[in-house]
Design a protein around this ligand. Structure first.
Ligand SMILES: *[C@@H]1O[C@H](CO)[C@@H](O)[C@H](O)[C@H]1NC(C)=O
Ligand SMILES: *[C@@H]1O[C@H](CO)[C@@H](O)[C@H](O)[C@H]1NC(C)=O
Ligand SMILES: *[C@@H]1O[C@H](CO)[C@@H](O)[C@H](O)[C@H]1NC(C)=O
Ligand SMILES: *[C@@H]1O[C@H](CO)[C@@H](O)[C@H](O)[C@H]1NC(C)=O
Ligand SMILES: *[C@@H]1O[C@H](CO)[C@@H](O)[C@H](O)[C@H]1NC(C)=O
Ligand SMILES: *[C@@H]1O[C@H](CO)[C@@H](O)[C@H](O)[C@H]1NC(C)=O
Ligand SMILES: *[C@@H]1O[C@H](CO)[C@@H](O)[C@H](O)[C@H]1NC(C)=O
Ligand SMILES: *[C@@H]1O[C@H](CO)[C@@H](O)[C@H](O)[C@H]1NC(C)=O
Ligand SMILES: *[C@@H]1O[C@H](CO)[C@@H](O)[C@H](O)[C@H]1NC(C)=O
Ligand SMILES: *[C@@H]1O[C@H](CO)[C@@H](O)[C@H](O)[C@H]1NC(C)=O
Ligand SMILES: *[C@@H]1O[C@H](CO)[C@@H](O)[C@H](O)[C@H]1NC(C)=O
Ligand SMILES: *[C@@H]1O[C@H](CO)[C@@H](O)[C@H](O)[C@H]1NC(C)=O
Length: 432
């Protein structure tokens, strides 16, 4: 008997706990679920969200969205995540009731076909940490209310038709109680958009910024020197814009920088020697600008450089001395400059090097047998230099070689007969 009452008491407690849990959870989730259903109703192809339904015979108090596709809740049953990347959503965000989903920490709608503008009401998601709207058909401008997302560490609006500028007020103003602006921002991506204008200096107040990718948009003006204050910066990608002016020398203080891409802009002047201090650098692209002067001599000081381009500028002076022992090199493009140096002295052995183009510079010397040790070379382009000597037999050791262009030099002698055995070889040029 004592045992029986004990069991029923336990059942009663469990029932009360369950009741409390569900009444609280369903109460809290109600408006969230209804907001989600309202958005679903506005979308084009709703079959993707088949699981987003009210249960049969439901009264609205039992509407719990936590098991719906793409939805994650916290223990209280509040919707904290919407993860629906690449599921073929069509429609807009106009019927997305942000104000009913303020518990959201993560909103990932990447790679769908959403169109229309980004509603200003998105700024009510004050807890949001992660927002990915990349690869959609969104247009209009970035709402200023995004400045409200003080917890956001990742914002990605890449590959949309978004226009306008980056408003300086999106960033913290640098004053002490930094209560507004994107104070927590780590990864900021606006690749392949139609956003342009200048990068506000205020971006330097986003102390935790680690990745800034603005490639192939419409930015112009200088690279802000305040970027030199962002000690956490690891990736800076500004390629394919209209940036002008010099590279701020304090970029050379960013010791964590691994990837710096400035390809295809209108940058000019001398590349600061301070870039040689970037000992973590694995990728450096300076090609297709209007740079002059010497390349930073210590550019591979950290011994990690993998991909390096400086092609199509007006660099003069020596091949960077640190390239000689830069065994990590994979791809090197220095063509169309006025670089001088010696092909047989200034380069080392690079086991991973697949592509090197030194064409149309002022490189002297000859093709030394050492090049035969760069076993992974698929292309060796040295046309239009001041090279002499003969073609060494060791070239035949390059069994991955597909292109060797030695034209417009003063190289004498025959190509090694065995070179014809390289079955992959596609282009072969030399003086007669
Ligand atoms: C809707 O989406 C589903 C699943 O992605 C797909 O199989 C179906 O063809 C789509 N229907 C239309 C009309 O696009
Ligand atoms: C829903 O209600 C209908 C009629 O009101 C009933 O026949 C059906 O069994 C109910 N379904 C569930 C799952 O309760
Ligand atoms: C769930 O959401 C409701 C309404 O927003 C809120 O009152 C409640 O505190 C939330 N619970 C948790 C654990 O966040
Ligand atoms: C910013 O967030 C607060 C809550 O923290 C909210 O009251 C306000 O409406 C939001 N502002 C905008 C522009 O969304
Ligand atoms: C992008 O917007 C421009 C006008 O602002 C329009 O002409 C173009 O068709 C749009 N492209 C896409 C893919 O929506
Ligand atoms: C915000 O301000 C505090 C001092 O008030 C400072 O310690 C902190 O680093 C600031 N954070 C950012 C992201 O600027
Ligand atoms: C870098 O930060 C320091 C100290 O926070 C500040 O005084 C300086 O103005 C900043 N430099 C730039 C270029 O923003
Ligand atoms: C950075 O590079 C410059 C020029 O190459 C050099 O003078 C300076 O000492 C370096 N600074 C650090 C901290 O390594
Ligand atoms: C170097 O370039 C190649 C070819 O473009 C690319 O596949 C590789 O990921 C790059 N390496 C790094 C470290 O970015
Ligand atoms: C490139 O530099 C050379 C001298 O090094 C100079 O004569 C020439 O005018 C420069 N060309 C351009 C396009 O700046
Ligand atoms: C060559 O590439 C491989 C694979 O990417 C890498 O593990 C190895 O460390 C590289 N070697 C050098 C010398 O960089
Ligand atoms: C270089 O070649 C070696 C052997 O041919 C291969 O194991 C290695 O993966 C290659 N490295 C790269 C970076 O392709």
């Amino acid at each position: 008997m004592a045992r029986g009452s004990c069991v029923s008491l336990q059942l009663l407690i469990e029932w009360i706990v369950l009741f409390l849990f569900f009444s609280e959870a369903s109460f809290a989730s109600n408006t969230e679920a209804e907001a989600l259903l309202k958005w679903k109703d506005s979308l084009g192809n709703q079959s993707i969200l088949q699981s987003w339904v009210a249960p049969e015979n439901s009264s609205s108090t039992t509407l719990i969205p936590c098991l719906w596709r793409g939805i994650t809740c916290d223990n209280a049953g509040n919707v904290t995540q919407i993860n629906l990347p690449n599921v073929g959503l069509t429609g807009t965000l106009q019927n997305f009731i942000f104000s009913s989903l303020t518990n959201l920490l993560r909103l990932d709608l990447r790679d769908n076909q959403l169109t229309g503008t980004i509603p200003s009401s998105i700024g009510v998601l004050y807890k949001l940490q992660y927002l990915d709207l990349a690869k959609n058909l969104l247009y209009g401008t970035l709402p200023l209310s995004l400045a409200n997302l003080t917890q956001a560490y990742e914002l990605d609006f890449s590959r949309n038709n978004i226009t306008g500028i980056i408003d300086p007020r999106l960033f913290p103003d640098g004053s002490a109680p930094n209560k507004t602006g994107l104070v927590s921002l780590k990864n900021f991506l606006l690749q392949k958009t139609r956003i342009g204008g200048r990068i506000p200096e205020e971006i330097g107040n986003c102390k935790f910024l680690s990745l800034l990718a603005l490639d192939e948009s419409r930015f112009y003006g200088p690279i802000p020197s305040s970027l030199g204050n962002l000690s956490e910066l690891t990736v800076l990608r500004l390629s394919g814009n209209l940036f002008s002016g010099n590279i701020p020398p304090n970029i050379g203080t960013l010791s964590k920088l691994t990837d710096l891409r400035l390809l295809t802009n209108r940058l000019s002047g001398v590349v600061p020697a301070e870039l040689g201090n970037l000992s973590s650098l694995t990728v450096l692209h300076l090609a297709e600008n209007q740079f002059t002067g010497h390349l930073p001599q210590q550019i591979c000081q950290g011994g990690k450089l993998v991909n390096f381009s400086a092609a199509y500028n007006n660099f003069s002076g020596p091949i960077p001395v640190s390239l000689k022992n830069c065994h990590t090199l994979y791809r090197v493009r220095l063509e169309h400059n006025q670089l001088s140096g010696f092909l047989d002295q200034d380069f080392g052995v690079y086991p991973n090097l697949t592509y090197i183009d030194l064409s149309f510079n002022k490189v002297r010397g000859e093709l030394s047998p050492k090049w035969g040790e760069c076993k992974n070379l698929t292309a060796l382009r040295v046309a239009g230099n001041l090279l002499g000597g003969k073609i060494p037999d060791e070239v035949v050791l390059l069994n991955q070689l597909r292109v060797i262009d030695l034209s417009s030099n003063q190289i004498s002698g025959e190509l090694p007969a065995q070179l014809g055995k390289l079955s992959n070889l596609l282009v072969l040029k030399s003086e007669r």
